[in-house]
Design a protein around this ligand. Structure first.
Ligand code: C2O
Length: 505
């Protein structure tokens, strides 16, 4: 296969995405970071020079990492982070993955400090919608804090609240706080059809996306092609991606593209946030003209904070849900752990130890897996159902499973009851994706085929909730992990624990 190589230099710089200056982590001077754009089956190689004053670890969100689970970039689970002022090369194949993905740091709160960017994999042979558009754009939406993630986290630890309201929303890394900042521009040619690859690469916020006077036809969710479904506006929870087709079929002038914080999801603070301004971009049919007369914002077509449901997201290639071999229930709750407010899954709060990743420990024969933080072992390939059960007080949580695309077989309000609910599951063609939203005071049931050796995180993708411990890990096919050839460079990242020597004696 073809190897597509990138050279990335990570540095800290002061920038002002929305007019407010703050220090951020940039890749090759860019925010959002560079786009990885390859064809299906290409191998991606990213040579990282970490010139930050702290360790980092990059994660390729949604990639299956089949055969290379140590490239998944989750400190404490799959690999050790790249130390400050040193280099490391990521390399993984894209087999089985095509569509709209992204990459982000999985180390502490670094993704909120700028370490994120698009990852696009083309597959013209298999993509059923390839003839439905003429051109494409990437649209990354994200929330922005005017403070470094470390101080957001510190504040959350000292006051009993986990909802840090962001200072702004950005489109492709720009927003306006200061009126001087220019907004991003997307040029439309009348009559053309555009595929917009939407990515919510933010830390915590649910973001509502629309383009004045234009409809959005969904064709993809999280790398899975969908049957066409047209909406006026759509909601992206953290880490979700959609491709939508937009036709340039309106009176040629300028229109606003809007990315809005769904303030209603900050339960308890929603009222004080009423006037939170949207991020704007310009969709322009004209060169140079500045009129937005007649640009009319879309009306709501979805309830606040809700995810797209099964009828709006129908897999283009139908897949029936196989019966499960094992079903586990994971209960979400927040509570005090000492003086800190933490997130719990089945009464365990995940605390990662960067220097001792589960997979490297296991592979090197140094593991006592019984002592590992919330680990679920899957010894042989099987179908696993996970029911995530929300509490009575909680909000919505976008849950992400690493290394797999799962099926959403059911979701509902209240308490999950297998006898009552499993009969009504969608078995014939459940929506497949890699981030699904646990509804407020409800539950969601996902199924996945656990046949990919590695250690895979299942966690809430709201960055502050992950930091607060809302995470668990699956150790899949441990015997096969023992047979993997983990490269020396990966082993060396953990050299403090001397895996190499342990492995070979
Ligand atoms: Cu987008 Cu655990 O990752």
């Amino acid at each position: 296969p073809k190897i597509v190589e990138y050279h990335w230099n990570l540095e800290e710089h002061e920038i002002a995405p929305d007019g407010f200056k703050r220090k951020m982590f940039l890749v090759n001077g860019q925010f959002p970071g560079p786009t990885i754009e390859v064809n299906h089956n290409d191998v991606v190689r990213v040579i990282v020079r970490n010139n930050l004053d702290e360790p980092t670890s990059l994660h390729w969100h949604g990639m299956f990492q089949r055969g290379t689970p140590w490239m998944d970039g989750v400190p404490g689970m799959t690999n050790c982070p790249i130390p400050a002022q040193s280099s490391y090369t990521y390399e993984f194949n894209t087999t089985g993955n095509w569509g709209t993905y992204y990459w982000h740091s999985h180390h502490k709160g670094q993704l909120a400090d700028g370490l994120m960017g698009p990852l696009i994999i083309h597959n013209p042979e298999e993509d059923p919608h390839v003839d439905d558009y003429d051109e494409e754009f990437e649209v990354t939406v994200s929330d922005l804090y005017h403070k470094a993630s470390a101080s957001v986290v510190k504040k959350l630890h000292s006051i009993p609240a986990l909802e840090a309201v962001p200072d702004n929303i950005l489109i492709n890394g720009r927003g306006s706080f200061d009126c001087d900042t220019s907004i991003p521009q997307f040029k439309f040619e009348p009559g053309k059809r555009y595929r917009l690859r939407l990515i919510n690469a933010g830390a915590i916020s649910n973001i509502r996306f629309s383009i004045d006077n234009h409809k959005l036809t969904i064709i993809e969710a999280d790398g899975v092609p969908m049957k066409k479904y047209t909406v006026d506006r759509l909601t992206l929870h953290v880490a979700q991606r959609y491709s939508v087709i937009v036709e340039a079929n309106q009176t040629p002038q300028n229109y606003y593209m809007r990315a809005e914080l769904d303030t209603q999801c900050f339960h308890g603070e929603a009222e004080t946030l009423e006037d939170y301004p949207p991020a704007l971009a310009e969709v322009s049919y004209n060169d140079g003209e500045d009129t937005f007369d007649g640009s009319v914002a879309a009306k709501d077509t979805m309830p606040h904070c809700a995810d797209m449901n099964g009828e709006s997201l129908v897999n283009y290639y139908p897949v029936a849900a196989p019966p499960y071999d094992e079903s586990i229930v994971v209960r979400v709750r927040f509570g005090k752990n000492g003086t800190r407010l933490r997130g719990f899954l089945n009464n365990q709060t995940y605390v990662h130890d960067s220097s001792r990743p589960t997979m490297m420990n296991w592979w090197s024969g140094q593991s006592n897996i019984n002592s590992v933080n919330f680990l679920h072992v899957i010894n042989k390939p099987k179908v696993v159902q996970v029911v995530i059960q929300g509490g009575v007080n909680g909000g919505e949580h976008p849950f992400h499973l690493h290394g797999h695309t799962f099926m959403i077989v059911g979701t509902g309000q209240g308490t999950f009851d297998p006898k009552k609910h499993e009969a009504n599951f969608n078995y014939h063609n459940p929506t497949r994706r890699d981030v699904a939203v646990l509804p407020r005071k409800g539950w969601i049931a996902i199924r996945f085929i656990a046949d990919n050796p590695g250690v895979w995180a299942l966690h809430c993708h709201m960055d502050w909730h992950l930091e607060a411990g809302l995470s668990m890990q699956f150790l899949s096919l441990p015997d096969e992990i023992m047979n993997l050839k983990i490269p020396d460079s990966t082993v060396d990242l953990c050299k403090d624990i001397r895996y190499a020597s342990a492995r070979h004696t």
